[in-house]
Write a protein of this length. Sequence first.
Lengths: 367, 230
Amino acid sequence: MPNGMISFRGVSKRFPNAAQPAVEDLSLDIEEGETVVLVGPSGCGKTTTMKMVNRLIEPTSGSILVDGRDVLQQDPVALRRGIGYVIQTVGLMPHRTVAENMATVPRLVGWDDARTRTRVEELAGIFRLDRELLDRYPAELSGGQRQRVGAARALAADPPVMLMDEPFAAVDPIVRASLQDQFLDILRRLRKTVVFVTHDIDEAIKMADRIVILNRGAKVEQFATPEEILRAPANAFVEGFVGAERGLKRLALIRVADVGSGEGPVVSPSDDAGVARRAMAAFGSDWASVVDGGRLLGWVDGPALDGRSSVGEVAPRPFAATVTARSSLRQALDAIVTSKARMAVVVDEDGRYEGVLSIERISQEIS
Amino acid sequence: MSVATLAAEPLVRWSWVGSHLDLVRSRFLEHIELTVLAVVIGFVISFPLAVYAHRHHRVYAPITFVAGLLYTIPSLALFVLLIPLTGLSVESAEIGLVSYTLLILIRNIVAGLAGVPEDAKEAARGMGYTNRQLLWRVEVPLALPVIVAGVRIATVTTIGLVTVTALIGKGGLGYFILLGLQQFFPTPTVLGSVLSVALALAADGLLLWAQRLVTPWARVRQPVRVRGAA
């Protein structure tokens, strides 16, 4: 029985005239529906590994199973039509319109015009491509648009498996971040099994369900979730490759919801000044969140209450930043270091007070 | 007619042209036929050779060496040398004419195919194009501007060369050029030359127009700005 959607079994690839094998005795199981990112220094064999899945490169030995079937036993042309393929330079057909490009695989496998047209329009919607772009030629598109057309084309015939070779390396950093977010969203929603190649560890951390860190000869140094790789790098190679700021990178992967919020000093506008001071003192704090009927109004501090009889007489000051359960700990940390309160205040989507997060709680999480 | 009387002769004697219109028309058509036949046969020979050379780089040098050798033979000599083999015939004319198209066509077809973006080919292969589909649906369409450029040069060259075949009794408009030279009578020479040049220009323009018609994508270069342009 196969263990996953894509299984490498003792796969090696030796190119003619090469001193070292590009891939040596690689075994790897990729589960259905997960995005696995192959990452490593240039020349580590990550692209070769990926291209053996759709037989653009033939393994020298070993076997590769896709959905339980050995790819070497299949007709390469039929195999490739069933696997989405996206490359760094996109490779759109310059002589075909955007719609024709997206219809490539449906046409190859013989869909009729109506079904193809419907699918193209559906994809344009998924990838937020303006309808007026459909009849344009690729040369008329921006880099980000081309990249989205390339991915839409790869998904056109709804293949269960997608191979993506540095798909965002050729676009500028701002567009890249936005494309990464869109793709994460789309790939999760469509539950595709994705093999994604990059040399950028930060991209790998962002995109992956699991990361394979490869060394020369496609030697697997570690195969784990991004969080685990950052928390417990398997060896010096992984540690070096992951680079500095491991703690910060990990914070980006943990949600406030994963940690939960703690109790903090809270007062209500109807509290009198004495009650408010005691509420602050209970947390060793000189400030408190002002919450009225669940809603966070802002904060007050001790000095502001001097000469006042109740909290309601003071206008609450707004927090510079608040976070929600969906925010990352990295965002929470940012809220902490930029606020005078030295706390991140957690609210829900409707601005209702949930609690606070302290820097001690965050460092406890990653140490 | 002597050289002295030639000096007094007008460049074009329109009455002569008017009385030979039928002959002009038939020679003009013959010129087109010889040209089209040569370019079409040349293309039919060149295309498979060029595709083969494109796929197997080792054979490119020997193929272009042979085609280049043919190209260097002086046209006058070639047509005369062919007479003992194929006589004063269309075959003799076409063997020569076709020979001269090969180098131009093979070089341009290979250059066109070589210029097809590597990423488009890789993507096509990765999506499951067969080699045949890759050739006809990706490589040839994308090579078309360069291939047609070769056909245009070959056509213009052939239209000029056809006149030389007048020496072996063919020649289209070359008949008039030769007639004028033999009789020291400028009218037919000027007529044949002018029509030959006009035909070359017209053929070149027609091919360019046809190429633009079938490759609308080749003129698009500017990214458009629309909503959602990320």
